[in-house]
Ligand binder design. Structure first.
Ligand SMILES: [Zn+2]
Length: 300
């Protein structure tokens, strides 16, 4: 059922209009036009209408400090992301963390709002953490609508980073492998995951991570779907893969436990909702989508 369904933080709702980013004059006049909408962030949390986790409370350009990020346009409006250092929201608004916004959207089915808000958060975060040129150390400045920074000292351009993470349902016959980290909720088991390393293919990263964390060798790897994850700026690459053996040897520095679960156990925990003995992630996480995909795939 989740095979074609997008994960939360997917489906960016605007036309990003890449060609406008280099046209500084046009962007400037857009910012001053009546059609501009400004989404304001305080420490990565967007300003929303009070009591409403689905609708931003748009502000005016003068409420934003520093450089703006051009997010794109829909039919009528142009959207920009800006930040403020003032923690006190206007009377009819509140700064809401992105997880609460995503959880609210998940509880109501699906929404493209988390994707819009996450992109602004991720790019503003990147600017905050990359004020200085990594090549020569001089101060760099925002350009191309916020999608790049330029160092005028050494003429280097820097681009927003995305950190790819592989997340995998390891399967063998009628069983799947789930693990738990030390910081998980009691009873929570989820798909194994890890950051990709430079020079790896997705398949190589999957095989390395599963072997490092659980001591299991993996053969075939099949891509299923992906999820942007704005904490701070990852892309979760979801796959299913085939275990070549089932003898678990965990690395306790990486995970606290890993177990094989059969389809009955997974069906039961989904039907009952889970408890402190055994639970799985909810639909906010791509891990749940992968689990449901595995559960509904034909037996091998
Ligand atoms: Zn430089």
């Amino acid at each position: 059922m989740y095979f074609n369904e997008s994960c939360i933080f997917a489906e960016f709702p605007l036309n990003p209009l890449d060609e406008l980013r280099a046209k500084e004059d046009e962007l400037e006049s857009l910012k001053d036009s009546a059609d501009a909408q400004f989404i304001l962030y305080h420490e990565g949390n967007p300003l929303m209408r009070r009591g409403n986790f689905e609708t931003p409370l748009y502000v005016s350009r003068s409420d934003c400090e520093g450089d703006l990020v051009f997010l794109g346009k829909d039919g009528k409006h142009a959207y920009f992301a800006g930040k403020t250092s003032i923690p006190v929201p206007p009377k009819d608004g509140e700064f809401v963390d992105m997880r609460s916004i995503a959880r609210n959207a998940t509880a109501n089915g699906f929404s493209k709002t988390p994707s819009l808000l996450a992109r602004g958060k991720m790019i503003l975060d990147w600017h905050n953490r990359h004020q200085f040129c990594a090549n020569c150390g001089n101060e760099s400045h925002s350009m191309k609508g916020g999608y790049a920074r330029h160092c005028s000292n050494c003429d280097t351009e820097h681009f927003p980073r995305v950190d790819p993470v592989v997340i995998m349902m390891v399967q063998m016959g009628d069983k799947c492998l789930l693990g738990r980290g030390a910081h998980f909720l009691p009873g929570m088991y989820s798909a194994l995951a890890g950051f990709m390393e430079p020079g790896e293919t997705i398949e190589e990263a999957v095989r390395r991570e599963v072997f490092e964390e659980a001591g299991i060798r993996v053969g075939d790897v099949s891509y299923i779907k992906s999820q942007p994850w704005p904490f701070p700026s990852s892309l979760m690459i979801g796959v299913v893969c085939e275990a070549l053996d089932d003898d678990i040897r965990i690395d306790p520095n990486e995970i606290e436990d890993a177990k094989w679960f059969d389809k009955n156990e997974i069906e039961n925990v989904l039907a009952q909702g889970g408890d402190d003995n055994f639970r799985v992630p909810d639909k906010l996480a791509i891990a749940r989508h992968l689990l449901e995909h595995w559960l509904n795939s034909p037996k091998k």
